[in-house]
Ligand binder design. Sequence first.
Ligand SMILES: NC(=O)C1=CN([C@@H]2O[C@H](COP(=O)(O)OP(=O)(O)OC[C@H]3O[C@@H](n4cnc5c(N)ncnc54)[C@H](OP(=O)(O)O)[C@@H]3O)[C@@H](O)[C@H]2O)C=CC1
Ligand SMILES: Nc1nc2c(ncn2[C@@H]2O[C@H](COP(=O)(O)O)[C@@H](O)[C@H]2O)c(=O)[nH]1
Length: 324
Amino acid sequence: MQVFDYEDIQLIPRKCVVGSRKECDTSIKFGKHTFKMPVVPANMETIIDEKLAIFLAENGYFYVMHRFDEESRKPFIKLMRDKKLFSSISVGVKEHEYNFIEELKNENLIPDYITIDIAHGHSLSVINMIKHIKKQLPETFVIAGNVGTPEAVIDLEEAGADATKVGIGPGKVCITKLKTGFGTGGWQLAALERCMQVARKPLIADGGVRHHGDIAKSIKFGASMVMIGSLFAGHDETPGELVEKNGEKFKSYYGSASFNQKGTKTNIEGKHILVPYKGSIIDTLNEMQQDLQSSISYSGGKDLDAIRKVDYVIIKNSIFNGDF
Ligand SMILES: NC(=O)C1=CN([C@@H]2O[C@H](COP(=O)(O)OP(=O)(O)OC[C@H]3O[C@@H](n4cnc5c(N)ncnc54)[C@H](OP(=O)(O)O)[C@@H]3O)[C@@H](O)[C@H]2O)C=CC1
Ligand SMILES: Nc1nc2c(ncn2[C@@H]2O[C@H](COP(=O)(O)O)[C@@H](O)[C@H]2O)c(=O)[nH]1
């Protein structure tokens, strides 16, 4: 099998057809909504909160609220409905989550998007949860994950998933690859390509993005949407704690399976890091969009589809994608 990751790939430019990068359209239809960019902040406690979710929804960006404050999910859906904004929440697969879905139906609190957020998404527990949500809330767009193989994409799509999230272990605060020996860490982009070959529904590339150009690479290799944690972690608006060390500012970023999140030492597959403070997320979102417009111009087209058609070269392979 040919393996490669973000840092191993260069996309090959084609003749430019636009007079300005501003002409390039980065928008993406995902579910019933169209978003400014195929980028979504990770559904993690240090990356997204209610305030940022409202900002993103109001400004044309996709978001997925994390699932670690279970009691706040119903009020959140109500709040978003009152503001006439789309709602996008996460669930797990434990027994009480089945009841939660039924309560949403009974109370007519229908989220636009539900993400089933589990480490090993190619499992009966996720398949059963997809079926349950689709039965109770047929209008809701269901994102299921995480997976790393074509077989998993086929199984989750067959169960009724509207999109599948690809990425086992490529994340910046992930230690799954080290603790279990499994995953797509170091070959996330190749794993995405394998999944693309069988997917009939959208894929979300999740984890491992270290540079804005990796968004274009994700699109080339099959993603409709790209989930990003670490690149967003250092901002004013992301909820991780601000820390000062030797006169420099950092923000706290920890894995959803870290001790910081779980509060127990059982099955730890995530770590805590400090990332340099970067100011407002608005500047980063704008810069990301400009860089993606530039990617589109290099691809010789005017929209994201053009990126899917470019050729590429593989330069080398490293299993850590810049993480040590
Ligand atoms: N994308 C990635 O690479 C990874 C992401 N994460 C993130 O960490 C968070 C916690 O994930 P997770 O532990 O799944 O969530 P939970 O702790 O909610 O576990 C969900 C259920 O799945 C079971 N489960 C978890 N992992 C496995 C496994 N490998 N095999 C069989 N059953 C399993 C758990 O049982 P039990 O705990 O008893 O096994 C539990 O019943 C999530 O937000 C997830 O996205 C975590 C690791 C990898
Ligand atoms: N193996 C683990 N993966 C995790 C954990 N918490 C989150 N994640 C995944 O990482 C991405 C974000 O990746 P990044 O490279 O952009 O920082 C996130 O969306 C999850 O899929 C964890 O504790 N362990």
